[in-house]
Ligand binder design. Structure first.
Ligand code: HEC
Length: 451
């Protein structure tokens, strides 16, 4: 595995891990929210039961007592909270309920009435309750919910207004003079009187323990956590398998590409070699041409001098001149052979080159055959143009193209003048060198083999 793969894999792992954490944080809050929602539903049900009980007392029980009074079975001033106060009765029923809960080891669900003007001093509203009550009366609030800490852990505090004061309430909550005497005897004539019709005189609140809901949500969270863990693990396993396969395929592909590249290199080398051989033939032909004249000059002069020596008429001056000529010819021969050698064995390094000079060098190599076939070469390349490249490779290319042009021109044996024109245009990205001849163009069948 290379470094990039390693980094990529690590990134995927870190990303998945973060996603897993993020997902589970949202799961946690989601399940918590769910538990509040569930608790709310239960509290609403619970309070609905309290309300039902109170309605039963108000509409059923109280009316029954009033009719007993009408029939004089009960005294007119009779009053008992156990029979006639719905708040008292629901508070007592709630106590019984909590007692039963305690027996089965469950936390209590307490209800509480609170009023600014309470009849029962137990129902005296705290500052917070009084504040809420005012808001209920101003219709700023219709229900109040809050999670609070209690000795049984978190609990949902839920408060709603009680019934609006009506005519029916006035019998016991307006002027103490019209209230049942039995009521005054128990509660006195001060507390819970002089209420107004249309007011909300109290609120009903409860503290609902969240324990059960928390347990449910914890369970749900655990299920979600485990499932997401399994899903993420599966994704990672599949990802690992997939990357392994991908990696294997990649290395197979790389091997094949490497093989192809080395094959191509070999082919290139072969072509280069072949073109070298071709130019070698050309070169040997040229060497023969270039050497023919000086060799025969040396031959003539030395045999002339030898003859003079045999005849005993050696002229000192002519003798020296012959030797000088021989030396100069040998020098010439050695320069040409050196030039050819340079040409084919120079070092393989990029150099700053002048294309004009390169073309001149190429023309020099084939000068004799050019002259022989009376071809005119116009080297129009600007001397100021420079490029950085491999000298020998370029010479090879130019030599082949110019040679081909020359061969084509030689094949056309009509009388017109034979031209090879070489131009160069320098663009921003590359240098374009064009070699044109008037041999009539390349045959179509060869065209597709060129590039
Ligand atoms: C027959 C007399 C009677 C009538 C009618 C009556 N109440 Fe009461 N009410 C009482 C008594 C007595 C208490 C105190 C009960 C206790 O000891 O908890 C009380 C307590 C309350 C409380 C609890 C707060 C506090 O003051 O202690 C509320 C709320 C309340 N009444 C509202 C009403 C409303 C609303 C109506 C009319 C729909 C009404 N009552 C009608 C007698 C009456």
């Amino acid at each position: 595995m290379n470094k990039n793969d390693f980094i990529f894999k690590n990134r995927v792992y870190i990303f998945s891990f973060l996603l897993f954490i993020l997902l589970n944080i949202s799961f946690f809050y989601l399940t918590r929210y769910y538990s509040f929602h569930k608790a709310e539903e239960k509290v609403e049900d619970f309070l609905l039961n309290v309300k039902a009980l109170r309605n039963f007392v108000s509409h059923g029980q109280k009316n029954e007592i009033y009719s007993l009074k009408e029939q004089n079975i009960l005294e007119k001033g009779f009053f008992s909270p156990v029979l006639m106060s719905s708040t008292y009765i629901s508070a007592r029923v709630n106590e019984e309920y909590n007692e039963l809960l305690k027996n089965i080891n469950r936390p209590p669900i307490k209800i509480r009435f609170s009023s600014i003007n309470p009849r029962n001093p137990n129902n005296k509203a705290s500052d917070l309750e009084a504040d809420l009550l005012k808001k209920f009366n101003k219709k700023e609030l219709s229900v109040y919910k809050e999670v609070v800490k209690t000795e049984y852990g978190d609990a949902l505090y839920y408060a709603v207004p009680t019934k609006i004061t009506t005519d029916a309430c006035m019998r016991c909550h307006s002027d103490p003079k019209i209230a049942p005497t039995g009521l005054i005897e128990i509660y006195g004539n001060k507390a819970g009187f002089y209420e107004h019709k249309g007011d909300i005189r109290a609120m009903l609140s409860t503290l609902y323990p969240m324990e059960a809901e928390y347990k449910d949500s914890a369970m749900l969270f655990l299920i979600l956590l485990c499932s997401s863990f399994i899903i993420f693990s599966l994704i990672i396993i599949f990802f690992n398998k997939y990357t392994k396969i991908l990696h294997k395929n990649n290395s197979l592909l790389k091997e094949r590409i490497d093989l192809e590249v080395s094959n191509n290199k070999e082919k290139d080398l072969l072509i280069l070699q072949q073109s070298k051989m071709a130019s070698m033939g050309e070169m040997i032909e040229n060497i023969t041409h270039q050497w023919k004249q000086p060799l025969s000059a040396m031959m003539t002069q030395s045999t002339g001098t030898l003859l003079q020596k045999e005849l005993g008429i050696v002229d000192e001056k002519a003798y020296v001149k012959t030797l000088e000529n021989v030396v100069s010819n040998v020098n010439y021969l050695s320069t040409t052979i050196y030039f050819f050698k340079e040409f084919f064995t120079g070092e393989r390094e990029k150099k700053v080159l002048q294309p004009k000079i390169l073309i001149e060098k190429v023309c020099n190599v084939i000068i004799s055959s050019i002259k022989r076939h009376s071809i005119q070469i116009e080297n129009n390349i600007d001397a100021s143009i420079k490029i950085k490249s491999y000298e020998n490779e370029l010479i090879q290319v130019f030599l082949n193209i110019i040679n081909n042009a020359k061969d084509a021109l030689v094949e056309q044996d009509n009388a017109k003048t034979r031209y090879i024109i070489i131009d160069a245009t320098d663009t921003e990205d590359y240098l374009e060198i064009s070699i044109k001849d008037n041999a009539g163009g390349i045959k179509e069948e060869y065209l597709k083999k060129i590039f």
